[in-house]
Write a protein that binds this ligand. Structure first.
Ligand code: F6P
Length: 320
């Protein structure tokens, strides 16, 4: 193997740059050439690709975002789009591809591998942490810390004004960020898509807390569990409490990656290169129980990862 491509795809996540750095440096260390593909699969289709050198990844380990830029490519979902990408594989002489992204990106990479046989090493990079085959995806830890930092600040003003706050965090389909940030931030209630809830129940818990002297409350809502604004409106209507809503939104996707995410990204990036060099065909690298592991990509895509409901219940017990 002489030359590999690398791209980032889907929603960006803090630590993607550290992963790019690891892939490029590890590959060059072993004498491989690396072609950086811009704007995810869109750049793959358009041939927006250029060689990367040691200096291309200097001074990026601490930066959020992705120097390769990213996109959610509609064109790559079509056979015609993938055929154009294959032309660029041949034009640039790629013998393997590293894809950093989430499940949507991995689905595209998997189909491309099936159709054209290009070896793929996938690296999980999404703040949502909803990829099976790994305990953590790159960016999750940073996003949780960002959310906890916000909750801490909101708690200050919630206390002063004796208010109820709804904090909406990201997680279109899963409640990983909500559960982790809610537990670490001491939230009174956490609402996630995986666990049914009723507003009456949430209000009942709030009122119970206020009856025994609580003066403020924080409810963390994963966006997939409902709109924070709507939940806030309903709680105010049911309880009459002074209720405010903060939507953290894309704030959670940026910022300097935590040390954990940088270390994870460095390890996964290096392992992805090793896998391609060893002739792996279509695998994802991940970390389970502290060890770097690899899993067939179709297995990763065939399993849905959901939050640990024991941790979710623990957060509820501790917020009694
Ligand atoms: O996939 C990660 C994610 O951050 C989701 O939690 C969120 O719903 C979505 O991306 C937002 O995507 P976009 O930036 O395209 O609006």
């Amino acid at each position: 193997m002489q030359r590999i491509g690398i791209l980032t795809s889907g929603g960006d996540s803090p630590g993607m740059n550290a992963a790019i750095r690891a892939v490029v440096r590890k590959a060059i260390y072993h004498g491989l050439e690396v072609i950086g593909i811009k704007r995810g699969f869109n750049g793959f289709i358009e041939g927006d690709m250029e060689p990367m050198r040691l200096g291309s990844v200097a001074d990026i380990i601490h930066r959020g975002g992705t120097i390769l830029h990213t996109a959610r490519s509609e064109q790559f979902k079509t056979p015609a789009g993938r055929a154009k990408a294959w032309e660029n594989v041949e034009r640039f002489g790629l013998e393997g591809l590293v894809v950093i992204g989430g499940d949507g990106s991995f689905t595209g990479a998997g189909i491309f591998h099936q159709e054209y046989g290009l070896p793929v090493a996938a690296i999980p990079g999404t703040i949502d942490n909803d990829i099976s085959g790994t305990d953590y995806s790159i960016g999750f830890d940073t996003a949780v810390n960002t959310a906890v930092d916000a909750i801490n600040k909101i708690r200050d003003t919630a206390t002063s004004h004796e208010r109820t706050f709804i904090v909406e965090v990201m997680g279109r389909d899963t409640g990983f960020i909500a559960v982790a940030a809610g537990l670490a931030g001491g939230a009174e209630s956490i609402l996630i898509p995986e666990y049914p809830y009723s507003i009456e129940e949430v209000c009942h818990k709030l009122c119970k807390g206020y009856r025994r002297g609580k003066l403020h409350s924080i409810i963390v809502v994963a966006e997939g569990a409902g709109s924070g604004l709507e939940i806030g409106r309903q709680i105010k209507e049911h309880t009459g409490f002074d209720t405010k809503v903060t939507i953290l939104g894309h704030l959670q996707r940026g910022g300097t990656p935590t040390a954990f995410d940088r270390i994870l990204a460095s390890q996964l990036g290096a392992r992805a290169v090793e896998l391609l060099m060893q002739g792996a065909t279509c695998k994802m690298v991940g970390m389970t129980a502290g060890k770097i592991v690899e899993t067939d990509l179709d297995r990763v895509l065939g399993q849905k990862k959901t939050v640990d409901l024991d941790v979710y219940r623990l957060a509820s017990i501790l917020a009694i």
